[in-house]
Design a protein around this ligand. Structure first.
Ligand SMILES: Cc1cc2nc3c(=O)[nH]c(=O)nc-3n(C[C@H](O)[C@H](O)[C@H](O)COP(=O)(O)OP(=O)(O)OC[C@H]3O[C@@H](n4cnc5c(N)ncnc54)[C@H](O)[C@@H]3O)c2cc1C
Length: 328
């Protein structure tokens, strides 16, 4: 087994996803402790250029027309073949729809241990320890990883995107894999990629808004949404929401922030009565500042927020809106 730390690079429509840079930043820290290298694993077709800004010592690239669009079974087959001949110390995935699916598939196929919802991995007395967020983010557990190859699915938050980027302009190293054509040809009979479906654009594109007033279950009733809308109007921003709000049709799907909705990067993300479940927070780490308002001081959103206040949002909203209007 080598001491290398592998990172699976996620990309969609020719763009590397932010989570991959965060994983690379974590991998750099771990490789410095293990004495190994950071190896980025890039799968796709005609995307070798994506290697250039990855903060890795080496970028292994598997190119095949069948890898042009993400099909779980294809990526899984390639990773399985790679790990059958290499035994790194750790393989890092984003705990995203793509990454968690691949990590769990590999764990089942190869019998490798997997830590999901992982917030951090760190060296401790010659071993690696992990901190994982369980029960929707309400509890943290710490444990020691085995000294054999392990798989990690990480949620964002501990590292910034820039930390995983490099100015060195890496080139991709092609990795030939025996039998790849046959495996992918077999899969092509079972899986057909039909196209990407973007969430409906709706009236407002929340991915472009500078200020988002985002409401969660803590808003309590549809009638109270007008309080959030008043503040958004005063701040010249838009209202977005967590899954329970959209599931109850209090806001349209186009306003959903999270794993099943949109990833947002506003200057200010005001999280009102949002607990901070991983499926929500993975989509807000690109915000310049997250401000959390929650009655529960142990709500996980406070771990990610730049500013936080333990307060009833229904008391705060009218007062805050008046203050903003007065300032203007
Ligand atoms: C496959 C999958 C995909 C998912 N995709 C998404 C997604 O895209 N987006 C998403 O958001 N979720 C998603 N979820 C759901 C996610 O796991 C959480 O259940 C959801 O984010 C919780 O929403 P919430 O924070 O609004 O509600 P809760 O977790 O119920 O939190 C409500 C919070 O409000 C606080 N509160 C209550 N009253 C007040 C008050 N008066 N003032 C201030 N604070 C108050 C509470 O303390 C609590 O922290 C997904 C789940 C799965 C399994």
């Amino acid at each position: 087994m080598s001491q290398d730390i592998y990172v699976f690079i996620e990309h969609v429509c020719g763009k590397t996803l932010d989570i991959s840079y965060m994983m690379l930043a974590q991998a750099q820290q771990l490789a410095a402790a293990s004495g190994g290298e950071v190896v980025a694993i890039l799968l796709g077709h005609n995307v070798a250029g994506l290697a250039s800004d990855l903060g890795a010592d080496t970028v292994w690239y598997v190119d095949h027309p069948e890898l042009e669009d993400f099909i779980w079974a294809n990526s899984l087959a390639v990773l399985e073949a790679l790990l059958a001949r290499q035994s790194p110390r750790l393989v890092l995935f984003g705990d995203t729809t793509i990454g968690s699916g691949l990590a769990s598939g590999l764990s089942a196929r190869l019998g490798l241990p997997l830590v999901g919802y992982c917030r951090q991995v760190f060296p401790n007395g010659g071993h690696f320890h992990y901190i994982s967020q369980i029960c929707g983010g309400k509890m943290l557990v710490e444990g020691a990883l085995p000294d054999s190859t392990a798989l990690i699915a990480m949620i964002p938050g501990a590292f910034r995107i820039e930390q995983g980027k490099s100015d060195e302009k890496h080139s991709a190293t092609p990795v030939p894999l025996d039998g790849l054509d046959e495996i992918l040809a077999r899969n092509a009979q079972k899986y057909i990629f039909k196209g990407y479906t973007e969430p409906a654009a709706g009236d407002v594109d929340i991915t472009r808004e500078k200020i988002l007033v985002s409401v969660g279950r803590g808003i309590q009733s549809e009638d109270n949404l007008s309080l959030a809308q008043d503040l958004a109007d005063a701040l010249e921003g838009a209202v977005s929401g967590s899954r329970p709000i959209i599931d109850q049709s209090w806001l349209p799907t186009s306003r959903l922030v999270g794993k099943s909705g949109k990833t947002v990067k506003p200057k200010v993300y005001l999280a009102l009565g949002i607990s901070g479940a991983p499926e929500h927070t993975e989509a807000i780490t690109g915000a310049d500042a997250i401000i959390a308002v929650n009655t529960d001081p142990s709500a996980p959103i406070f771990n990610l927020a730049k500013y936080g206040v333990q307060l009833d949002l229904l008391d705060l909203l009218p007062v805050l809106t008046d203050r903003v209007r007065a300032e203007k």
